[in-house]
Design a protein around this ligand. Sequence first.
Ligand code: PAF
Length: 283
Amino acid sequence: MITLKTVQETREITESWIKQGLKIGFVPTMGCLHDGHVSLIKRARSENDKVVVSIFVNPIQFGPNEDFERYPRDLGRDCLICEKTEADLVFAPSVDEMFPCHNLAFVDIKELGDYLCGAKRPGHFRGVCTIVSKFFNIIRPDRAYFGEKDFQQLAIIQQMTLGLSFSTQIVACPTVRESDGLALSSRNSYLSDVERRAARVIPKSLDLARNALAGGERDATTLKNIIIQKVATEPLAMVDYIEVVDATLLKPIPRIDRPAIVAVAVFIGETRLIDHFLIEEGF
Ligand code: PAF
């Protein structure tokens, strides 16, 4: 496995692979890799000739009061995981390498970023779209792998890829969970033991809403209240948002009368965690 820090070297290698007719799978990450990332890398490994993993904590997707400075970074550990998972290339540029001057060009999408995390984190998805576009231009992957856990990010990247005619195919991969249901996230590493136990309230509250839905409940406010009440039983937890949205447009809906997503963002102490479940056609 090769680890590279410059755009030029990475471009040269991926270009040589493309010339040889090799298919490139790409897994963009911000490091602090966990089993969710491993599942993306393994999927990329099984579907492509070459696998590139980027490790870059992207400053332009963090708001001024967010956790850019303290976001966990451990390149040595991440590279070992990539090597074990049989990635071919880790691209781990510095901030100066990716943004040599003030970034003057941004990629943004319309509407899908207006609700949920987009509303709570202004500029976040613009930062994600910009960095992912830059990676697509440097690496020119055939396929790129994104976790369904960040479903709004996934929908936005799919829209961006279509809207800007990137030839990369976006591959959605299932959320990986701990045995108690907590969705894997690099930010789980911020949780103390007591906060980690408290975080169980997130999947549990979603389970309650799912059960109510299975019992025939279709009213979005009732489903949201079920989640709010469960989260309120945990003193360390505070709701950031709970929304029931149309699964395609990601706009809030009052009733479940079409495919929908029940999505939450909850603070456990200082740590903001997101989770959701999808209500498919024919629920
Ligand atoms: O999902 C993430 O880790 C990031 O948003 C991504 C896609 C690597 C862009 O920085």
